[in-house]
Design a protein around this ligand. Structure first.
Ligand SMILES: *Cc1c(COP(=O)(O)O)cnc(C)c1O
Length: 386
């Protein structure tokens, strides 16, 4: 799909904005390497084009949740370091070793599987030991750390693995001043010091996600791992706006009105008739619904820019479509309805949708579905430092 082709709904992905965001984030952490987090199809923006753009703007590392995502990046020709962290038993360790991935290990079962894969492949596996410093999700608890470190050192001595990193993840870095931030940093420093004291020699120690990269320089260590901020979306309104950090939203979600009509007062709109026209008006049909990732929780609340004016979703968001009350205006069928974008044409932002739907902007962009074509603009060919 090209930039000028007619469309039902489309997500325009501005790769120049993404590259500029990577450069802005690197300037916030000038002494750290940069890992571009592109899990979940780059938060809905498209994994491979976004990973390439991030590499063009100086990302030395790419991060994904699942090994399948990491292997897909390698298969697409992404060079350099690719790390993935969400493994389950029986995962594609052997493929990971052969693709030269950096594979996170949080527990002895994972170390056993990765060493077996390295033995079969006849190749040293790169692993990164993940510490649970207080998030309470994945990662090795402090009490279990000595055992994991010792087993990793034995596997290193056999040439089966190389521990390339020691790392962790924050629970509340998006809540400025939250006491868990300092507590997690203390535990991280202790767990790193223990592992290094035992003889682990990591290339990189890292814990900083987007909010930590933007606001907590003491968390940068050797590498930062921003996700959401790279897409120009703030991790939370409490942390700041994208502009505060020199970031620009990358995704603009636009639809073409599929129908425009006059309706009398008292006319029920969409399933359940939760909206009834307050008087004679015009209605516009936006051909996108929860089947496209438009949150149904935004029914009756979320904003849409049509013909220079903010309109509100009238009644329920259905699977494929929703309606806006155009207040008597008569835009032509096919007119542009901008659901969200950077905001500088007066359109709402993903953050506005998040507030309308009672969620976070991460979820708004990430859930835009596969039925919505991504249209890449300002793509640059090739991979290499600009
Ligand atoms: C998703 C994720 C990130 C990026 O988080 P953002 O808040 O989007 O910056 C970093 N590290 C890990 C382990 C993650 O799962």
């Amino acid at each position: 799909m090209n930039e000028t082709a007619p469309f039902r709904v489309r997500a325009e992905i501005d790769l120049a904005a993404l590259r500029a965001n990577v450069r802005a984030l690197r300037a916030h952490a000038p002494d750290a390497a940069f890992m571009a987090v592109v899990k979940a199809d780059a938060y809905g923006h498209g994994m491979v084009p976004c990973a390439k753009a991030a590499v063009q703007a100086g990302a030395a590392w790419i991060g994904t949740a699942t090994p399948e995502e990491a292997l897909a990046l390698r298969a697409a020709g992404l060079p350099g370091r690719i790390m993935c962290w969400l493994w389950t038993p029986g995962g594609p360790w052997r493929e990971g070793v052969e693709a030269g991935l950096d594979m996170s290990v949080s527990a002895p079962w994972a170390l056993e599987e990765v060493t077996a894969a390295a033995r079969e492949a006849g190749r040293t596996a790169r692993i990164q030991l993940k510490a649970d410093t207080g998030l309470g999700r994945n990662g090795c608890m402090p009490a279990d750390w000595p055992e994991l470190v010792a087993a990793s050192l034995r596997a290193e001595a056999e040439g089966l693995v190389r521990v390339t990193g020691l790392w962790s993840h924050f629970a509340c870095a998006d809540e400025p001043g939250h006491p868990s931030i300092a507590a997690q940093l203390t535990v991280f420093r202790e767990m790193v010091a223990y592992a290094e004291g035992e003889g682990i020699r990591p290339e990189v120690r890292h814990i900083a996600n987007s909010p930590a990269t933007l606001t907590l320089p003491e968390t940068h260590f050797d590498l930062v791992r921003p996700g959401i901020a790279m897409y120009g979306v703030s991790p939370s309104p409490e942390v700041g706006t994208p502009e505060d950090f020199g970031l620009r939203p990358v995704m603009t979600l636009t639809a073409s009105l599929a129908h425009v009509k006059h309706a009398p007062g008292g006319h029920g709109v969409s399933y359940g008739h939760h909206y009834v026209t307050p008087g004679a008006t015009t209605l516009g049909l936006v051909p996108a619904g929860y089947g496209d990732g438009i949150p149904r929780h935004a029914s009756g609340t979320a904003p849409v820019l049509v013909d220079g004016k903010w309109r509100t979703v009238a009644g329920r968001v259905a699977m494929d479509q929703f309606v806006v009350d155009l207040g008597g205006d008569e835009p032509e069928v096919g007119a542009e309805a901008v659901l969200f974008g950077p905001g500088d044409r007066g359109e709402p932002t993903a953050e506005d949708w998040a507030q309308a739907a009672g969620t976070i902007a991460y979820e708004i962009v990430t859930r835009i579905g596969s039925r919505v074509p991504r249209v890449y603009v300002n793509e640059r060919p090739g991979i290499g430092e600009m």
